[in-house]
Write a protein that binds this ligand. Structure first.
Ligand code: ADP
Ligand code: 5GP
Length: 210
């Protein structure tokens, strides 16, 4: 059986990654979603074993020592990593596996698995990013400001990705991801990188205006 595709999805916080992956999995049932391990505290609504495996720093470091993670990174003071066994099992069954991870981890995956497809999701504009973060209603105004300030850093290294997907219309973006996962096509970030540059630029102006 042909191995499933390893699909990495990254992007600005609030770009719509979670929503997009959910929609993709509603439209197509051959996708599995890897559940990460993290040392960050659960947020209200987070369910252990569904959103993340919430573990102590000791347990996380033990898993690193046992070579149980495909990749891991430290993000804003906490560890995040991808348990190896589930990803390998799903891929062996021919299912496509999605990893929703940040950029440092994504680049580790690319080194280990050159066949992985790295996708960076962006909203069409910085104003829309703000609207989505505010609309989600899960963070305080202070956290939203911090996430917007971080957004430019979150795109650091995006030129090493394989594809950029603009999440404007949800179904169009979900179908685009399916197309990338299932078809062989030339890698292309250059056609859309201007959108990321524009979002970064607008966020800078927003910071100046504070
Ligand atoms: P992320 O996982 O990237 O942080 P979310 O999936 O939580 O982002 O989405 C952030 C907010 O944006 C949510 O309120 C979601 O409903 C909304 N959203 C996501 N995709 C779209 C879209 N294509 N059009 C409009 N709103 C969207
Ligand atoms: P959050 O705390 O908001 O859930 O996630 C913070 C960041 O960590 C997001 O950019 C998310 O994509 C990333 N992340 C989640 N799981 C993993 C993982 O297993 N590995 C890496 N490298 N990043 C992850």
């Amino acid at each position: 059986m042909e191995k499933g595709t390893l699909l990495i999805v990254s992007g600005f916080s609030g770009a719509g990654k979670g929503t997009l992956i959910k929609r993709l999995r509603e439209l197509h049932d051959e996708y599995a979603l890897s559940i990460s391990m993290t040392t960050r505290a659960p947020r209200p609504g987070d369910v252990d074993g569904v959103d993340y495996f919430f573990v102590t720093k000791e347990k996380f470091e033990q898993t690193i020592a046992e070579d149980g993670l495909l990749e891991y990174a430290n993000y804003v003071g906490n560890y995040y990593g991808t348990p190896k066994a589930y990803v390998e099992q799903c891929r062996d069954e021919g299912r496509h596996v999605i990893l929703e991870i940040e950029i440092q981890g994504a680049l580790q995956i690319k080194k280990k698995f050159p066949e992985a497809k790295l996708i960076f999701v962006t909203p069409p504009t910085a104003a829309e990013l703000r609207r989505r973060l505010e609309g989600r209603g899960t963070e305080t105004a202070d956290v939203i400001e911090k996430r917007l300030s971080r957004a430019a850093e979150e795109a650091e290294g995006v030129e090493n990705y394989d594809y950029i997907v603009v999440n404007d219309d949800l179904d169009t973006a979900a179908n685009r991801i399916h197309e990338i996962a299932t078809k062989e096509e030339a890698k292309d970030v250059s056609s859309f990188i201007h959108i990321i540059e524009q979002v970064k630029e607008d966020l800078k102006d927003h910071r100046k205006g504070e």
